[in-house]
Write a protein that binds this ligand. Sequence first.
Ligand SMILES: [Zn+2]
Ligand SMILES: [Zn+2]
Ligand SMILES: [Zn+2]
Length: 147
Amino acid sequence: MSPQSQQRPQRQPIPKLGPRMTRQRTAVVETLRDIDKFASAKVIHRALEDRGEKVGLTTVYRTLQSLSDIDAVDVLQTPDGETLYRYCLTDHHHHHLVCTKCGRSEEVEGGPIEKWAELVAARYGYELVAHDAEVYGICRACQAASA
Ligand SMILES: [Zn+2]
Ligand SMILES: [Zn+2]
Ligand SMILES: [Zn+2]
């Protein structure tokens, strides 16, 4: 994830991608919309195959990377180093509460983090560029499943 991606005032909504919206990108975005939670490239690749899309895993990685470059998808590094992708629902700046078991996530406000980031930057004389914070947990469904 590029450090600025969270801070850019507006993300470009998918329908406005125009000429950059290739068939491959469309297929990947539609699949991400269906999955509706954070998923690894391998899971996304499998879902594409299930839809009858013949795309190589390398192409999926590259497409996801290019989509994240234009802020069309959210990218997340899990604590164990896996990269997960999700089609993002919200245009404005937000954070994620992510289930470590199933990848379900909620889009949440940063609350006191927003002010804290400004204070920390100001205290050390830095011009604030971006901040990043995700919260991890186990969702209700996964708690119930393991109970
Ligand atoms: Zn998001
Ligand atoms: Zn879960
Ligand atoms: Zn924030």
